[in-house]
Design a binder for this molecule. Structure first.
Ligand code: AMP
Ligand code: GLY
Length: 425
């Protein structure tokens, strides 16, 4: 098969890496790809939001499958347009990708179908939002409705902070049109957990659980980032916990979307909080999480291509998805300064000799063909083990052998899980 993956991050690197191991994939392309992906796929310089160009290219090259990994092209209807052009595509249609592109839509969906989530109100009028805040307990959470690169969420500790957040989103348009409507919601407490699931429109099959580390510094300090590392499993869940999440959250979401005429086919992301009242949804995403997927896919034993077919053909119930019985960890190495401004173009050494799997994100090849930094999150180092400690120690051994100027990484990935007790091997 001839396959095109759309995207350019660590997520797309691990997807390409997994597909390159499938006996069914003969030719692999990635648009636009990155310095690491270039070693396993042909990189094509088309941006992920150049939807019409991507469709034309896919038609010209007669791809057997296009895997659309990031949220922006999914929200822009790339999968719909590829199918209209007769090209098989993996990922949700725009009508279902709305669960990520509109938080107002997903909150209303959860309310209508009794899916546990924080209590909330929606506002498209700044004055009304400000007045509502006067009657609410603090802390409180203010969110932009639209896509804002993970930055449109403010947890306000005081009424003043909450009002400033509303003014900046609605009045100053700090996040553009993403803040035309805002969600004001109850602040939940408890550990966070990511559950990704394959969904074929009718059923969803959860993958192993994982845990992201969003803040830039150790002990969850500093600004939110795209994610500084991840481990799997993400919590000590027993079969009853998993059944409860499946029955109260995962399957009802798939059924709700189907009932709304928006069947979800692809990978659905459940950002959960394990609150004292049970698991509740913090957010939905319409794709694999990054960096969670870099910790998850290496443990997948089933051929990813077989799962992709089952998802597209609505036949997930017919296949068995197998996982290695191991724990895993990825540690992200970022450019110093990220998530604020940072320098690019530093040479990276040690990737090939560190002895671990490395998934690259913000890297490029310079004029001499050397790998250099080109983004905020530069790469992540993976390892697995029989215990989570083994996996974490292994990933950090790799990190210590890789270097570039001003590299920054957290030293406590997976080490702060004490709040949910023992993690099973
Ligand atoms: P989101 O983009 O909706 O996932 O929000 C980003 C982060 O903000 C989440 O990963 C949580 O850490 C935090 N967050 C979002 N909503 C809430 C909430 N209702 N209560 C507490 N924390 C929240
Ligand atoms: N790791 C969080 C996300 O992919 O949105």
């Amino acid at each position: 098969m001839k396959v095109l993956v759309v995207g350019s991050g660590g997520r797309e690197h691990v997807i390409c890496w997994k597909l390159s191991k499938s006996s069914r994939v003969d030719e692999l392309y990635c648009a636009p790809g990155n310095g690491g992906i270039a070693s396993i796929a042909t990189c094509v310089p088309i941006k992920v939001t150049e939807v019409d160009k991507l469709v034309e290219y896919a038609k010209d090259q007669a791809f057997d499958l296009v895997f659309v990994a990031p949220e922006d092209p999914l929200a822009l209807g790339l999968v719909d347009k590829l199918e209209e052009a007769g090209i098989r595509a993996f990922g949700p249609y725009a009508s279902a990708a709305i669960i990520e592109s509109s938080k107002a839509f997903s909150k209303d969906l959860m309310r209508k179908y009794n899916i546990p989530t924080a209590k909330y109100e929606l506002f498209d009028d700044e004055a009304k939002a400000l007045e509502y805040l006067d009657s609410q307990p603090m802390p409180i959470v203010i969110k932009c409705d639209g896509l804002a690169l993970g930055k449109g969420v403010i947890i306000a500790q005081t009424l003043e902070e909450a009002k400033d957040a509303v003014k900046s989103m609605m009045g100053d348009k700090a996040f553009g049109d993403a803040g035309n409507t805002i969600v004001i919601e109850e602040c939940m407490t408890g550990p966070e957990l990511t559950i990704l699931a394959f969904a074929d429109g009718n059923v969803a099959v959860p993958m192993i659980s994982s845990r992201d580390h969003k803040r830039v510094y150790d002990h969850d300090e500093g600004l939110n980032t795209g994610g500084m590392g991840a481990v799997t499993p993400g919590a000590d869940l027993d079969t009853d916990d998993i059944a409860s999440i499946q029955n109260k959250i995962i399957q009802p979401t798939i059924e709700a979307l189907k009932a709304e005429g928006r069947p979800f086919k692809g990978v659905i992301y459940f950002g959960l909080m394990l609150t004292p009242e049970g698991a509740k949804v913090v957010e939905y995403n319409c794709r694999f999480g990054d960096p969670e997927v870099q910790a998850i896919l290496p443990l997948l034993e089933t051929d990813l291509m077989d799962i992709i077919d089952a998802v597209i053909d609505g036949k997930l119930s017919d296949i068995e998805i197998k996982w290695k019985n191991k724990c895993s960890c990825v540690v992200v190495m970022a450019s110093g300064g990220y998530p604020k401004s940072y320098q690019k173009g530093y040479k990276i050494s040690g990737i090939d000799t560190c002895g671990k799997l490395v998934f690259q994100a913000g890297t490029a090849l310079d004029a001499d063909g050397d790998i250099v930094t080109s983004g905020g999150r530069v790469l992540c180092v993976y390892d697995e083990g029989d215990t989570l400690d083994e996996a974490i120690d292994g990933a950090y051994e790799g990190v210590k052998k890789i270097s570039f100027t001003d590299a920054h990484y957290r030293t406590d990935i997976g080490r702060t899980l004490g709040d949910i007790g023992h993690i099973k091997a």
